[in-house]
Design a protein around this ligand. Sequence first.
Ligand SMILES: [Zn+2]
Length: 124
Amino acid sequence: MAPRLGKDGVGGSKALWEAGGSLFGGRSRASIVGPRPYTPVHSSRPPQRPIVIRTLGDFLAYPGHRLTAHCPACQHSEPLDVRRLVDRYGGDTLPAELEPFLRCWLCDHKGGEILTAHIGLTPG
Ligand SMILES: [Zn+2]
């Protein structure tokens, strides 16, 4: 942003920027799609703040995490609506407690696994 202009110093640097932009702008975005590691830009904030996520209420409080129901019989998996689960079973319920009650709507298997997934902005 702004600080970079100060580094170049000269008034004519804007033309340079524009030339560079047209040079890379056309192709780079589309062609670099490979498995590059994602490096967060904001590295100044503290890396990890320990939060404990155990209950359904915790999952509701931290939307960066998601619950997915997995059927061991047919491998079907389905994201769970945490809010509805909290309404029905209460915020103190552990996800694992719900596993015996899961029923797969594809193969009608009773019982499943609940997987927790982090969908926040962390690499991997
Ligand atoms: Zn199934």
